[in-house]
Design a protein. Structure first.
Length: 394
């Protein structure tokens, strides 16, 4: 389960021409007041009258040579009013919230200049439909603090064929100055990371400027947003299958060695660098969901943290004998730590859970299994930098 996050935001107004009607006299298209030849306010509604693919972010109103006095926007079906605000200087208006896709709207706007000349403009238009647009859900969320291994990961709701243009309109930068590159996993997933883990304490900014970008034939993006997250302290924990112990290193110092139980000989744990992508105080684990049939179904696994999409977790274990931890691999591929039922008490598993961030790295070594696939979870660190950059566009 990955947190899905749908990005929504305002954007700079994309202007389109619109023939105006001036109050108080006939008007030409250039906004000149009829009869006296004086300038009237010139109103521009970004969505042209009759448009069928208007932006859900950039739709708004601007005026030159005057100030907006009234703007009303409504849904054509039912007349529901859309909340919006005129800027303090009277030069523009925009909705307070992102518009709905595939919805017909009406905008009526009025303006006046310092000499009392007035103008009005109207537009009826339909926003871009779901069928003709794409959205990327992304992680991490704006304002979060994450571990040093956390990539920026987009999953798009449609296949992207114009990958170069889409990638070009997502900029990821770090206050650390680290170079950040993108990598495509198939047609619907794009991840970004630096060559090495993020520097602890750095700020990462993701600028999404996909509004109007063609991702595939006739399918355009609708997102425009800036997302910022913070990289916390550096914690990398290494699980050695040969000793059944995990060494937790934080900011370069070993803070604890934890006895664990990894996968059994029949179901070994993947090797490789794995990133914590989700945390659950308790969760159900059912073998049916990951291809193990009815071999297990535990309704209340404590202190569970996801390491892969295929079902690898590091979690607490209350149902096994305490003697296995630090001595024997018994799981179906997960990494277990001693715990108690109900996720209470002062246990090793609770300590590790409380000490971990989404984005922290757990490295598994000396397992008889293969290295985890880079796209199985947020685990692109298992590719060399040359492999990573070869899968991007420039």
């Amino acid at each position: 389960m990955r947190r899905q996050n749908i990005a929504a935001a305002g954007a700079a107004l994309a202007l389109g021409a619109l023939t105006l009607t001036a109050c108080g006299g006939s008007a030409t298209a250039d906004g000149k007041k009829g009869g006296g030849g004086e300038d009237a306010p010139r109103i521009t509604i970004s969505a042209k009258d009759g448009a069928t693919g208007a932006s859900i972010n950039a739709t708004g109103v601007k005026v030159a040579d005057g100030k907006l006095t009234d703007v009303k926007m409504t849904e054509e079906a039912g007349g529901k009013q859309v909340a919006g605000a005129i800027a303090a200087n009277g030069a523009s208006w925009k909705p307070k919230e992102q518009l709905e896709r595939g919805t017909k709207y009406r905008i009526s706007a009025r303006a006046e200049d310092s000499d009392g000349h007035t103008a009005a403009a109207n537009s009826i238009f339909t926003t871009v439909t779901t069928a003709n647009s794409f959205i990327g859900t992304y992680t991490p969320d704006n304002g979060t603090t994450v571990g040093v291994g956390m990539p920026v990961s987009f999953t798009f709701d449609k296949a992207i064929t114009n990958q170069k243009d889409v990638q070009k309109h997502i900029k990821v930068t770090s206050s650390s100055g680290q170079q950040v590159a993108g990598h495509w996993f198939g047609a619907q997933r794009l991840d970004f990371r630096p060559e090495e883990y993020w520097k602890a304490g750095s700020k990462v900014t993701m600028k999404i400027d996909l509004d109007g970008v063609e991702g595939a034939n006739g399918v355009h993006g609708v997102q425009h947003k800036t997302v910022t997250f913070t990289v916390g302290r550096a914690q990398v924990s290494t699980v050695d299958v040969s000793t059944q112990k995990m060494t937790v290193v934080r900011d370069g110092q070993t803070v604890k060695t934890v006895p664990v139980s990894t996968g059994s000989a029949q179901h070994p744990t993947y090797n490789g660098q794995m990133v914590i992508s989700e945390k659950f105080v308790q969760t159900r684990m059912n073998g049916d969901t990951v291809g193990f049939g009815g071999e297990y179904d535990i309704a209340d696994v404590p202190h569970a943290m996801r390491l892969s999409q295929s079902g690898t977790f590091i979690h607490g274990n209350y149902w096994s004998s305490p003697s296995i931890f630090g001595a024997q691999g018994t799981s179906h591929g997960c990494v277990g730590m001693r715990d108690v039922k109900g996720a209470g008490g002062d246990t090793t598993a609770k300590w590790f859970y409380d000490s971990s961030l989404v984005g922290d790295v757990v490295v598994v070594k000396n397992s008889p299994d293969k290295t985890i696939s880079p796209d199985n979870g947020l685990n692109g660190w298992n590719m060399s930098w040359s492999q990573w950059t070869a899968g991007g566009t420039s």
